[in-house]
Design a protein around this ligand. Structure first.
Ligand code: IVH
Length: 697
């Protein structure tokens, strides 16, 4: 008997999946809600009767019920990068120029773009193993996210199985794709504007918690420890990027094809997408501006339009700068504006000593958020716009986190407004402020300025740097004020018994803080380097530098020329690092870290084994055309693994051109210059003969 019940269970699941697909993805249900409910309840009853048949990907799992104590961490298969911004069409044209400069003529001739909305939600990473949803994670710090699978399972537009619905239903409109063995996609979780309003209204009526905007609502709903709460929230998703695809029946070669493929699997892919050739760039820019004008009509919030180079091979070649891909850019819309009164201008000292004038405002709503502080950038900004204390000012969030004052409404002046001047001395340490010639920024020149030190300590202990749990702005401020911290290394010499005597610092809390500080000593030195707050040295640059130098001691002796040779390190960064370590107090600071037991040396790189020969050492390669078995990035990795270098264009300095089918102008150029041209087979041959020569000798 049980067998036929299992069959019924499976039949019901198939049907319900199909109905959910029709309802949530196609937006065209073929059965009534009542019919759906009857089948759903039948399935629930059967599953209760036969718990042995329960399955993670059953449609009944969407109601949630799993209660987590906390979210487990999960490593992403690759860093979750962000996007560079373009404000206005000029920035778009400039981006296009940069892209084209890095591509060959043949590539330029085939250049195309895809545009899609920039959804104002939260990144989610969805994993499928053999067609089943196996893991869903938040973005986290980009490297490691949180496992929120139980909550994402309740999001109806996320298929628990791919293809989402069964071929059995001819109306399902699936192309009959087979499930790939492994698929990881990136997408955005969000809440529709109308659903957000309804929820907030209901909460307000019941005096419950309301949210500032749909994005915050989506964030709060995703991070519920009780998944049945998430299940009750109107969360949705769009997917827009394949991160990993293995064992698929088709391999997309462009972004456009990737989206079509995801759609064929029943994934939620947004329809507001368009493809343009490079020739039609002007039309594309117009199209984007039109979309911006009608964005209020979309059911969900978007804060811009993303433009992506379509070809995946070109994306690969264009690569990244820091954390942003060169192959994509986010065109940001001008943000909503509001008018309010400027009550006061205060100045804040940052960790570099730069002082920023900030506006204290009468609280006002901008794009769903209450704003009462906004940046005024610098002295010149205030002078040029003639912003006065007491003015009515226009405030915007312009897609950025920090709101800004855009201009004063001079028509509303009554004569009582006061012209502001930069004070001559730092309000925190009373030392003179200085504005270097030719710079817009004003600095507190006192290295020991407590306000500056507080900001530096806050940065040092933050998640992107030494990541000390329980340590934040409040602790930084308190410990500097108490005189416990006079320089960064003092964090490792804190007088714990004196801290125990401070209000609010009970034994348990102090012990946890002490353990956090202790644990951070083991952080890789790239994090220490980040935390020092050297100009232009953020976490990505610090990692690149420490990958090369391994020990901070070695880095301290580096020259500008050496540093500038590293990939993605320009002369400006190199200069800044060398200047930092040239100062005696900074060198002493590092000694003090070392004496406290902070790690100054990374893990040594594995020594090259006898057989990791470098047959391509000092050889420069260029790759062109389609290779028979390797992708270009595979070929690049192969060459680099054997000691060679790969560059983008053929010159007299090129040693080999690795050419595949449809090689174009690069081949002609190489032949003209007498550069050796090799095929993929010959490339392998070069390595093999080098290896066997080594064995014989
Ligand atoms: S692509 C490597 N496409 O915007 C490129 N991102 O500032 C990865 N976002 O954190 C991003 N809509 O969460 C891409 N159509 C879209 C997007 C999108 C929204 C978000 C994403 C990311 C942020 C980047």
């Amino acid at each position: 008997m049980a067998k036929s019940e299992l069959q019924r269970i499976e039949r019901l699941r198939d049907l319900l999946r199909t109905y959910q697909y029709e309802y949530y993805i196609l937006d065209s249900p073929s059965v009534s809600d009542a019919e759906f409910d009857v089948l759903f309840r039948e399935l629930q009853a059967l599953e209760t009767e036969h718990p042995e048949y329960l399955s993670d990907d059953s449609p009944t799992m969407r109601v949630g019920g799993f209660i987590a104590e906390r979210f487990e961490k999960t490593q992403h298969p690759m860093p979750m990068l962000s996007l560079g911004n373009a404000f206005g069409s000029e920035d778009l044209w400039a981006w296009r120029e940069r892209v084209k400069r890095l591509l060959s003529e043949e590539q330029q001739a085939e250049l195309a773009y895809v545009i899609e909305p920039k959804f104002d939600g939260l990144t989610v990473v969805l994993h499928y193993a053999d067609g089943r949803f196996s893991l869903g994670a938040t973005r986290g710090d980009g490297e490691v996210g949180e496992n929120i699978s139980a909550n994402l399972r309740t999001v109806n537009s996320i298929p628990l199985r791919i293809p989402h619905a069964q071929k059995a239903n001819p109306d399902a409109n699936l192309e009959g794709s087979e499930a790939p063995s492994r698929l990881i996609v990136r997408g955005e979780a969000y809440v529709d504007k109308a659903d957000f309003e309804t929820f907030n209204q209901k909460q307000a009526d019941q005096e419950g918690r309301t949210y500032a905007n749909p994005r915050n609502f989506a964030a709060g709903s995703l991070r519920q420890l009780d998944s049945s709460i998430s299940a009750g929230r109107p969360l949705k998703t769009w997917v827009y990027q394949i991160l990993i695809l293995e064992g698929a029946t088709t391999e997309p070669t462009s972004h456009w094809e990737s989206l079509a493929y995801l759609k064929s699997l029943g994934m939620p892919v947004c329809d507001e997408i368009a493809q343009f050739t490079d020739e039609d760039f002007e039309q594309m820019v117009e199209y984007i501006e039109d979309l911006g004008a009608k964005r209020d009509k979309l059911p969900y919030e978007i804060d811009g339009i993303v433009v992506k180079v379509d070809s995946l091979a070109m994306q690969d070649e264009l690569g990244f700068t820091g954390k942003d891909p060169r192959w994509a850019v986010a065109y940001k819309f001008a943000g909503e504006e509001a008018i309010t009164k400027l009550l006061e201008i205060v100045i804040n000292v940052g960790r570099t000593g730069a002082v920023t004038p900030n506006a204290v405002l009468e609280p006002v709503q901008v794009s769903g958020v209450t704003v009462q502080n906004a940046t005024l950038h610098n002295e010149d900004y205030i002078k040029e716009l003639d912003i006065r204390i007491g003015d009515q000012v226009v405030v915007t969030r312009a897609g950025e986190v920090i709101p800004k004052v855009v201009r004063p409404v001079t028509e509303l002046r009554d004569g009582s407004e006061i012209v502001w001047e930069m004070p001559p001395a730092c309000p925190n340490c009373s030392q003179p402020l200085n504005r270097p010639e030719g710079e817009v920024a004003t600095y507190c020149i006192n290295n020991a300025c407590p306000a500056r030190l507080v900001r530096l300590v806050e940065y040092f202990v933050s998640r992107g740097a030494m990541d000390i749990e329980g340590f934040g702005f409040k602790q930084a401020e308190l410990f500097v004020e108490e005189g416990f911290i006079k320089d960064l290394a003092d964090i490792y010499y804190l007088p714990w018994d004196e801290i125990l005597a401070l209000e609010g610092y009970k034994e348990k809390r102090v012990e946890n803080l002490r353990l956090g500080v202790e644990a951070s000593k083991e952080q890789p030195p790239s994090r220490l380097l980040t935390g020092l707050g050297i100009r232009f040295v953020g976490s990505t640059v610090a990692e690149t530098i420490m990958d090369h130098y391994v020990s901070v001691g070695d880095l301290m002796e580096a020259t500008v020329e050496e540093l500038a040779e590293l990939e993605a390190i320009g002369p400006k960064i190199a200069q800044s690092v060398v200047e930092f370590f040239a100062l005696a107090p900074n060198r002493e600071l590092l000694e003090k870290f070392g004496a406290a037991g902070v790690r100054l040396k990374g893990d040594p790189k594995p020594a090259p084994s006898e057989h990791s020969l470098q047959p391509f050492a000092e050889k420069t390669f260029v790759i062109t055309g389609t290779l028979p078995s390797m992708s270009r990035s595979d070929a690049k990795a192969f060459i680099e693994a054997h000691g060679g270098k790969v560059t983008g264009s053929v010159s007299a300095k090129t040693d080999y051109l690795l050419a595949g089918e449809k090689a174009g102008s690069k081949l002609t150029k190489a032949e003209g210059l007498g550069v050796a041209v090799v095929s993929e087979d010959e490339l392998n041959g070069l390595v093999e003969s080098a290896l066997s020569a080594d064995l014989e000798s």
